[in-house]
Design a protein around this ligand. Structure first.
Ligand code: AMP
Ligand code: MG
Length: 482
């Protein structure tokens, strides 16, 4: 059976980069969902992949002849503590496809059984987290934020045991690559400078081919990754996304969001919101994400020091210089984004302060982040502020004071209301995958009902469009004041 025209450039790297891994039988592969538009983008045959042979592969049960799956080696800082060996403990790289845009992308199974890197884990995934990652990663893609994608979700027919017995499932994930900061740390921790150089050269060629042949390629690689991550984290902040587990093994070199665990979009705005129950000190809180990103990037820079210069102090000063560029890259994306969110079509002194003050007013009223920005756009046609936004605030007086400043500011831009509103509605989503909806969807799926999963996916695939029949998906978890 020839299901995929896969090759695997990563498997051509030295053996110590990965572990060849056999498929692990499962009882009864059953398709939950297959992402046909994505398959088309990848140039894959959807009918073959959803055939019984296809489902055998997508459940990790049996692979077509010639397919040699690998589990990738990596390390990482988890909540600040370095673990020299993590690796794909429950994931397998099937191979790569070159998509219709000529981009090489990984096809990976997640939840496909134990590997050499499983440590004490079972290598499996429960259906809940699989569906959560499916929905949130597809929502991020629809929002235009770099992310891994979901190609398929398949039930295995076997239980997995967490605190309770749960149905097992496998997610097929698509990524620009699965190279993480932790992949570099794996070789650095072993003082394997040869391995580091091979990895860095591979990453440059795959993700930043324009840097091949540069005089200082490893410094350029660091610059490119810092810029990509600054851009990514700023985009998260602009939609209120909290990754939840920004360990160095969950941060890619490509600049895609990866590994959706206990992540969430903030509802009632609170800059200290945290979404991992084990994150007691708020390391990965919403407002801390740019700081954690720079911390993680500093760990990345450390791995590159021996490649950047034989003179360590020279290498350190290069790395520091590059790391210093994070803040300005981040602020540039953030400022541009907040201007659009507020409908400011020109640049003026004080715009960022206006945005920061809005966030303050939001925080004080614990108003819903997504709805508040969306309704500002709706309110443009309602000059008396009696439209939707004001009603989200417990303290409408504070909103009124801010709103008067905002209206004064937009009055200085020459733009008609419809154009301004279009700009705002193109960046302020109406629909995000809200946590309470995801939880309800998972509960339904556990009872065998996948209709809420299908519905939520439909809604979040058009986040900026009005979908009147789906209005309830825009509602925050607790009734807003309305
Ligand atoms: P994560 O928290 O999903 O980013 O995973 C952190 C590390 O734990 C990675 O090396 C995973 O492969 C591994 N891991 C997570 N869950 C399991 C599991 N059920 N079985 C084996 N390894 C796992
Ligand atoms: Mg991970």
């Amino acid at each position: 059976m020839r299901l995929l025209a896969l090759n695997n450039s990563y498997a051509q790297l030295p053996e110590r980069f990965f572990a060849h891994t056999d498929p692990k039988p499962v009882s009864e592969p059953r398709l939950i969902r297959f992402n046909r538009p994505l398959a088309e983008e990848l140039g894959l045959d959807a009918d073959q992949l959803t055939s019984p042979d296809g489902l055998d592969m997508l459940s990790g049960h049996r692979f077509p002849e010639g397919l040699q799956a690998i589990a990738l080696a990596y390390a990482g800082h988890q909540f600040g503590n370095f673990v020299p060996q993590l690796g794909d403990g429950r994931a397998l790289l099937l191979g790569e496809v070159v998509d219709v845009n000529d981009i090489r992308r990984d096809i990976q199974l997640k939840g496909s059984g134990p590997t050499r890197f499983s440590r004490n884990g079972d290598g499996r995934a429960a259906v809940g987290p699989v569906l959560r990652e499916y929905v949130v990663s597809e929502a991020m893609a629809a929002l235009g934020i770099p992310t891994t994608r979901a190609l398929a979700a398949v039930l295995t027919g076997d239980p997995v045991y967490r605190e309770v017995r749960l149905p097992g499932a496998v997610l097929t994930r698509v990524a620009a690559s699965h190279i993480r900061i932790g992949t570099f740390q794996y070789f650095a921790a072993r003082h394997d400078t040869g391995g580091l150089k091979i990895l860095a050269d591979y990453a440059i060629e795959r993700h930043f081919p324009q840097l091949v042949g540069q005089a200082r390629p490893y410094r350029a690689l660091l610059e490119a990754v810092v810029a990509a991550q600054a851009d990514l984290v700023a985009r998260w902040m602009l939609v209120g996304f909290i990754h939840g587990v920004m360990n160095t093994d969950n941060m890619t070199i490509s600049g895609e969001t990866i590994d959706y665990g206990p992540c969430a979009f903030v509802d009632a705005y609170d800059p200290s919101a945290v979404f991992s129950s084990i994150d007691r000190v708020g390391r990965y809180a919403y407002a801390n994400q740019p700081h954690v990103a720079t911390w993680n990037l500093a760990r990345f820079a450390e791995t590159l020091l021996p490649l950047m210069s034989t003179d360590e102090s020279e290498a350190v000063s290069q790395a520091e210089e590059v790391l210093g560029s994070f803040q300005s890259s981040y602020e540039t994306v953030l400022q541009r984004g907040f201007r659009r969110k507020l409908g400011l079509l020109t640049e003026a002194e004080g715009d960022l302060q206006l945005a920061a003050d809005f966030l303050d007013v939001l925080a004080r009223s614990e108003a819903d982040f997504t709805l508040a920005f969306r309704r500002l756009g709706d309110d443009l046609a309602a000059p008396d502020d009696q439209g939707g936004a004001r009603q989200l605030f417990e303290d409408p007086g504070a909103f009124d004071i801010w709103s008067a400043r905002w209206r004064q500011r937009i009055a200085s831009d020459a733009a008609d209301t419809a154009a301004r509103r279009a700009v705002m509605h193109a960046v302020n989503p109406k629909f995000i995958p809200r946590n309470h909806r995801i939880e309800a969807m998972i509960q339904a799926a556990l009872g065998g009902d996948f209709t809420p999963f299908e519905e939520i996916l439909r809604v979040i695939s058009r986040p900026f469009d009005e979908q009147p029949e789906m209005e309830r998906y825009a509602d925050p978890p607790r009734p807003c004041l309305l």
